[in-house]
Design a protein around this ligand. Sequence first.
Ligand code: HEC
Length: 253
Amino acid sequence: MFKFISALFCLFVLTVAVPVYASGDAEKPPQQEWGSNGILGTYDRAALQRGYKVYSQVCASCHSMERASYRNLADLGYSAQEVKAIAAEYTVVDGPDDEGEMFERPALPSDNFVSPFANRQAAMYANNGAFPPDMSLLVKARAGGADYIYALLTGYDEPPHGDELLDGQYWNKYMPGHVLAMAPPIADGMVAYEDGSPETLHQYSMDVSHFLAWVSEPHMEARKRTGLKAFLFLLVFAFVMYGVKKKVWADIH
Ligand code: HEC
């Protein structure tokens, strides 16, 4: 009886354990075709570099990315020299020096991404009281992941039924509750691409979402490769063990 009840309980948990959208009436973000989908999926280096450009030129003025460091950008295909040059564009506070004073110096590849605001209060003060969330793990922290980021960036609209919004509030089809404090951050033509990719809201949103997916899970490719190897090994091993079993039991009728 106990077994039956626990089986029933498991079945119940399995059926209801679908991702929960704390969204009320917000629409589910449509699925996009990411190169990183599926068990053989990999990140697209060119898209990641474009996405980094969008992040650093647009989003980084409000959103921090504290858990990533400049040297991680080598994964995107930048050389050691390029990573050094990117890091050196930022200033970090270091110290104390021999005299006990803190001092400023250009960032090194080993430094974490420099945050746009000194602390949470400063970030909220500059953004009408709303906090721009840190982007290091944002794709993992939101139901829908990269699909949600893309949908949010392209989901701004006029509020339906002529609803009134307060100053500094914007209506978005995909935001839980529909109202958020971030003005549409990007639009066509805002970031220059060198590789000839279209400079459109759609392309920027795809690229920056792809980039943020990488930031949240930089080792996804290695994880999938290891999983695939383990799977193939177990498959071959199963055949070998089947052969062994046949042989061991061959004389027993
Ligand atoms: C001018 C400042 C500013 C810029 C620039 C900006 N954001 Fe935001 N962002 C915010 C604020 C403030 C919030 C919090 C909004 C809220 O909670 O109502 C936010 C929230 C978000 C959220 C989270 C929504 C949620 O589910 O909670 C995402 C995703 C996001 N921003 C993506 C981006 C991307 C991608 C860029 C760059 C293309 C960007 N933002 C640029 C200020 C900014």
